[in-house]
Design a protein around this ligand. Structure first.
Ligand SMILES: *Cc1c(COP(=O)(O)O)cnc(C)c1O
Length: 453
């Protein structure tokens, strides 16, 4: 008998009907969560880890409820996925209607409306007013793989440049693009060839202006790769897993200009930054850049698996028929969810809400920084804000402190995620549906965890 099923049927769970509160009725993990974690250890591959030791049974607004009846504040949104809120009622209704209609035909066999409508919406809402087209996939990594395929086919060139601290996924090509060895790459090689790495702009650590950092990157690209060999440059406008690194002003525009002048496709990986997360629909808009291709996933469909490549029509059309696609790509249930989610992003005040959350998060974290020199840097945009923890004496990254603060926060019912090449960054990615009260309470808990660590 499933404990989760008991709770789901006894309580009006799901969506915003959950009480918006932090509630601890057992220690974390409680006995029912521990039971699931024991089964997980027996049944699930050890390589698939977890951050919070809970058995989730419902989520909505700003909370995740576990099988023991604990209600945890969600400051991670399942890694920037449930941006509009978990089980958002519009997504639930759209999914329920679609799933009763048909679950799959394969878009490459018998096309349907929702896929085309998602493509039209993405072409409309992504940066730039040039002619655009889209193709849909299942995961972020798959979108990145396809963006590289499209750029290579269009340019007839092979090399791809990614950046220090970059994260693009866990498939073979995207592991090659990803910078960090542990845990993403170690032991999983050999990796795809013709991938090169350039220096990022990391203002807190490199002390360079945007144009200086761009000059350094471009010089390396010209000397070590050569524009004649280079199909694409791929970069996260604000890095996600790499530590929420915001490049200095002028860095991204200089890279875009260089790409345009050298027939190199500029790919913005907006899989984590996209869909209102940064207070703009896409982070490229924060920096005033217009990418040639843009990869999206995570927030796109309110929690259902969907991803896309959107870009200049002539680039997207360079591939022969049958060269792009996949059995499940643009699944009709995921597309129905995406149309509902995009409606919410455009019409329900999500950009404004992300900016309000930025004010709360930055205000609180900057207070912490002023009081505690171990908080070395506070940065980010919108509801994508991070604090970098350091040894105040040396400025060296303090991963142990970061892990301790995150662990203590989760034990007190606040789900926070860490990130960063050095593992010394706590990132805040709350759902935009969280209340200010819950956000403040979550930050109180993190502050107390820091004070005690
Ligand atoms: C999460 C992420 C990916 C990979 O997406 P998956 O859906 O996990 O394959 C790629 N790029 C960025 C920037 C991401 O944050």
């Amino acid at each position: 008998m499933s404990s989760a099923a008991d709770i789901v049927t006894e309580t009006p769970l799901g969506g915003p009907t959950l009480p918006q509160e932090r509630r601890l009725v057992t220690s974390i993990p409680g006995p029912r969560s521990q039971e699931l974690l024991d089964r997980k250890a027996d049944a699930v591959a050890a390589g698939v880890g977890h951050t919070a030791p809970v058995h989730a049974v419902a989520a909505g607004g700003g909370v995740i409820v576990d099988a023991d009846g604990n209600s945890l504040i969600d400051l991670g949104s399942g890694i920037a996925v449930t941006t509009i809120g978990n089980a958002h009622p519009k997504v639930v209704a759209a999914v329920q209607a679609q799933v009763a209609q048909f679950t799959h035909t394969c878009f490459m066999i018998a096309p349907y409306d929702s896929y085309v409508s998602v493509a039209e919406a993405l072409n409309r809402i992504t940066p730039g007013d040039h002619a655009k087209k889209s193709a849909l996939f299942n995961s972020g990594a798959e979108a990145v793989e396809n963006a590289v395929k499209i750029a290579r086919k269009y340019t007839g060139k092979q090399a791809v440049v990614a950046f220090d601290h970059g994260y693009h996924g866990r498939t073979n090509l995207t592991m090659a693009l990803t910078a960090k060895a542990m845990p993403y790459k170690s032991g999983f090689g050999p990796f795809a060839s013709e991938i090169y790495r350039a220096p990022l702009s990391y203002p807190y650590r490199d002390g360079l202006t945007g144009p200086e950092a761009a000059k350094k990157a471009i010089s390396l690209i010209e000397k070590q790769v050569g524009a004649d060999n280079l199909a694409a440059v791929i970069i996260e406008p604000i890095q996600g897993e790499g530590g929420f690194i915001v490049p200095a002003d002028g860095y991204l525009p200089a890279l875009v200009d260089w790409c345009r002048a050298n027939d190199v496709v500029f790919i913005a990986d907006e899989i984590q930054t996209g869909f209102a997360r940064t207070g703009e629909m896409f982070a490229s808009e924060v920096f005033g850049i217009v990418p040639d291709l843009i990869t999206t996933a995570k927030g796109i469909a309110g929690g259902l698996p969907l991803a896309a490549v959107t870009g200049r029509a002539e680039m997207m059309d360079a591939s022969h028929a049958g060269g792009l696609g996949g059995t499940y790509g643009g699944n009709p249930v995921a597309c129905a969810a995406a149309l509902a989610a995009i409606d919410v992003f455009e019409n329900d005040g999500m950009l404004e809400r992300a900016r309000e959350i930025e004010t709360v998060l930055k205000g609180r974290l900057q207070q912490l920084q002023a009081a505690d020199p171990r908080v070395g840097d506070v940065r980010g945009h919108g509801a994508m804000i991070a604090a970098e923890f350091v040894d105040p004496a040396t400025g060296e990254p303090d991963a142990a402190l970061t892990a301790a603060v995150a662990k203590a926060s989760i034990a007190q019912g606040v789900i926070v995620l860490t990130c960063g090449t050095y593992g010394n960054v706590i990132r805040f990615l709350p759902p935009l549906s969280i209340t200010d009260d819950l956000l403040h309470e979550g930050l109180d808990v993190v502050a107390a965890a820091l004070a005690a660590s």
